[in-house]
Design a protein around this ligand. Sequence first.
Ligand SMILES: [Zn+2]
Length: 143
Amino acid sequence: MAEVAHDAQDGFWRPPAVVPSGGASPARPEVCEGCGTEFMIASRFCHVCGTSRQVRSVQVPVPSWTRYLEFPHIKEALGLPLASLIAFIAGIACLVGALSVGAIYAVQNFADFQAIQLWRMEWLLGAVVSFLAGILLKRTNSN
Ligand SMILES: [Zn+2]
């Protein structure tokens, strides 16, 4: 690598910007703490002295409302124990299923109507069972 560097132009291997040693502060992670050289883009080590770069966590812009969808946040907001929360979510899913039965299947004749009502009753029974299970699990956990 060094023999290649001899043939290169003078300024090619020179660091892009040399900052005085006092200028290397933690507020500027793009500058090497060992020699004050500016890091190359996306490099993990200093290309001059080999010091490892302190990679800071990249601040990905996350919308603030997505943290309300995180499971621990939901659990904390509802104040339910884990088993009750799972039963509650299952009950909500069953309610959504009961509501979507009428939207998905179109009634053609009386047999279709009966079948749709039967499916709706089954979904609602599932929701009732899930909510009851959630209530019972919450009572046993709180006592
Ligand atoms: Zn360095």
